[in-house]
Design a binder for this molecule. Structure first.
Ligand SMILES: Nc1nc2c(ncn2[C@@H]2O[C@H](COP(=O)(O)OP(=O)(O)OP(=O)(O)O)[C@@H](O)[C@H]2O)c(=O)[nH]1
Ligand SMILES: [Mg+2]
Length: 597
């Protein structure tokens, strides 16, 4: 392991209790506290930069990674660091406000669209990031439509608000026009230095320096000190309440007493009230319960803007977001460390738990119905999981990423599962054993079974190890499933009768991932026949890990492994299909190096 990787490891603060404190025998109480969220956007909008801040502010990392420094946790592959772009979706779990956020940082480049697709297929909500100076771009539209297909509630985050050309109005206009979103709920106003009058900010002579945000829901101003040492890289910021409303706790706020000049305070409060009045009007149009509150209140719009309590607005925004009647919009500059904590708060407040997500609920119901039909006689709700990614870790071997749609998964012992998508194909048996369960942190995996045993030894607990489970709705990585491929559905062995295990079962409705058709082809030639087998094995692994990468023999026959009977002229030729030149180049990596023509 090289020095840079060791340093990176040190930055990751995987304290032992992180995973274990989430287990219990209750199947749904933890599920309510889970948010499975993807960051999706056009290339370079700032997904990885934002995710790095999320890891840091949640306490998972001791320092922040930067894409241009090549030291991020999420862009961990050598090719990602060299090129400064994300190539695979990286997963990491963080704790925020007593919730667990399973984050998937997806790539924005069009060639890696399958990474977005497989991520969205298992998520319950998304943060769509825009470059505040560019608005909606080609790939923004693409990921938006993908999220529509999976019925995902989402937040919009206008990043890069520090750039000179950034404009909230311009972005709002392009969101309405290009994404056809009727109701965008702007929840914050940006504060730039030309209007700043407090003592906490700095002045650089640059007229477009983003200093902070006004939160229209809670009526507070958040201001980040310009000196990043004072702000501990954005961890600490000043908070001033502009309205006399009941507010909840503030995560990361360091100073809550008044720090603004009276005239600045009056001007910002005026802006807040105008924004709040507009927000309440939009919510009253989109949400019946809030409309009723407004109608019954007997107060003027001005009065309501100043006095409507934040929890009433929170609840209305949440209802509208979950029902996909509206999309909340937040602002910031992740690179300048401004706005990420309020974005995390918004994830907890407005995006659904697995119990509330439309698609996840439908899959769970369908899985329960299917298990009732093929019944192995399990009384409790049995495990149903979707495999959405396979990878090979140098240390741990083949790993499978799972999203649990029904039941729960023990973290110790072995769990036998039936691969219902591949029952007929698998010659010996469709049953495989999950041997270990991990929580992913990009390319690092925390063994939950080991953590649980250590914790038990520590506390001298007498409770049986089998009472620790990964909850319904969670996302984990497991080992032991060597035949499982992306998109396969797994059911607990006990939920499927012996007879049914060897027959061809149907997929659980809604669980599955669409693989896009390849659009770019290239021919490969092994340098010699003896190298051919090596090349085929490497390509086999590649297609298993990335199904949008296909391999066809030059004579047009089937898969790599079916390559026996070829004419002498094409004996060492293979056609590789992918989503674009970059996909083939990085997907092949060392495997294809120099062989492309
Ligand atoms: N000025 C400014 N630059 C930013 C901001 N956020 C990110 N960047 C820069 O934008 C570039 C791209 O950032 P990334 O975080 O890699 O973007 P991404 O969306 O993850 O990119 P892909 O994964 O490759 O699609 C980097 O150079 C960042 O430093 C911001 O708020 N302001
Ligand atoms: Mg990225």
């Amino acid at each position: 392991m090289n020095r840079a990787v060791l340093l990176l490891r040190r930055r990751l603060l995987l304290h032992q209790s992180f995973g274990v404190r989430w287990f219990s025998s209750s199947s749904t109480s933890e599920t309510r506290l889970i948010r499975n969220i993807g960051l999706v956007a056009h290339i370079d909008a700032g997904k990885t930069t934002t995710t790095e801040r999320m890891l840091y502010y949640s306490g998972l990392t001791a320092s922040m990674g930067e894409v241009h420094e090549g030291d991020t946790v999420m862009d961990w592959m050598a090719a990602e660091r060299e090129r400064g772009i994300s190539i695979t979706s990286a997963a990491a779990a963080i704790a925020w406000r007593r919730h667990r956020l399973n984050l998937l940082d997806t790539p924005g480049h069009v060639d890696f669209t399958f990474e977005v697709e497989r991520s969205l297929s298992v998520l319950d909500g998304a943060i769509v990031i825009l470059d505040g100076s560019a608005g909606v771009q080609a790939q923004t539209l693409k990921v938006w439509l993908q999220a529509d297909r999976y019925q995902l509630p989402r937040l919009l985050y206008l990043n890069k608000m520090d750039k000179a050309g950034a404009s909230v109005e311009g972005c709002l206009e392009s969101v309405r026009r290009r994404l056809s979103v009727e109701t965008v709920l702007q929840l914050q106003l940006p504060i730039f230095n030309e209007e700043e009058g407090g003592r906490g900010g700095g002045s650089s002579g640059n007229n477009h320096q983003l200093l902070g945000l006004i939160d229209l829901v809670t009526g507070r101003l958040f201001q980040w000190p310009a000196d990043h040492r004072l702000s501990e890289d954005g961890k600490r910021f000043n908070v001033e309440a502009l309205l006399e409303t009941e507010n909840g706790e503030i995560e990361g706020g360091s100073k809550t007493e008044a720090f603004l000049e009276p005239s600045t305070r009056a001007r910002l409060t005026e802006r807040l009230l105008t924004g709040r009045e507009r927000l309440i009007g939009q919510l009253a149009d989109a949400d019946e319960a809030l409309a009723e509150t407004v109608v019954l209140s007997d107060h003027s719009a001005d009065h309501l803007a100043a006095h409507l309590p934040p929890p009433t607005l929170h609840a209305a925004i949440r209802r509208c977001t979950l029902a996909r009647r509206a999309v909340p919009l937040l602002l910031g500059s992740s690179y300048r460390n401004i706005g990420v904590q309020p974005l995390l708060d918004a994830v907890v407040h407005y995006l659904p738990s697995p119990l509330e997500a439309t698609r996840a609920r439908a899959v769970r119901e369908a899985a329960k119905k299917m298990m009732a039909k093929v019944g192995g006689g399990e009384e409790e709700e049995a495990l149903c999981a979707l495999a959405f990614k396979s990878t090979t870790d140098r240390r741990l071997g083949p790993l499978t990423y799972l999203r649990l749609y029904a039941g729960r998964l023990p973290v110790t012992g072995q769990t036998s599962v039936v691969n219902v998508s591949r029952g007929a194909e698998m010659q010996s048996s469709s049953v495989e054993k999950i041997t270990r369960v991990y929580r992913p942190f990009a390319d690092h995996f925390a063994d939950l079974g080991k953590e649980q045993q250590q914790q038990q030894q520590h506390s001298n607990s007498s409770s049986s190890s089998s009472s620790f489970f990964v909850s319904l709705g969670d996302i984990v990585v497991v080992s032991g499933l060597n035949s499982v491929r992306t998109g396969d559905t797994l059911l607990a062995e006990g939920a499927v009768s012996k007879q049914q295990q060897s027959s061809n079962l149907q997929q659980v409705p809604f669980a599955g991932i669409d693989v896009p058709e390849p659009v770019y082809y290239c021919a490969l030639e092994a340098p010699s026949l003896s190298k051919m087998r090596q090349l085929e094995t490497a390509l086999e692994q590649l297609t298993r890990e990335d199904p949008s990468f296909q391999v066809v023999l030059a004579d047009g026959e089937g898969s790599v492994s079916g390559s026996k009977d070829r004419g002498a002229a094409s004996a060492n030729q293979i056609v590789v299909k992918g989503m674009g030149e970059l996909h083939i180049e990085v997907g092949g990596g060392g495997v294809l190096g120099g062989n492309r023509r």
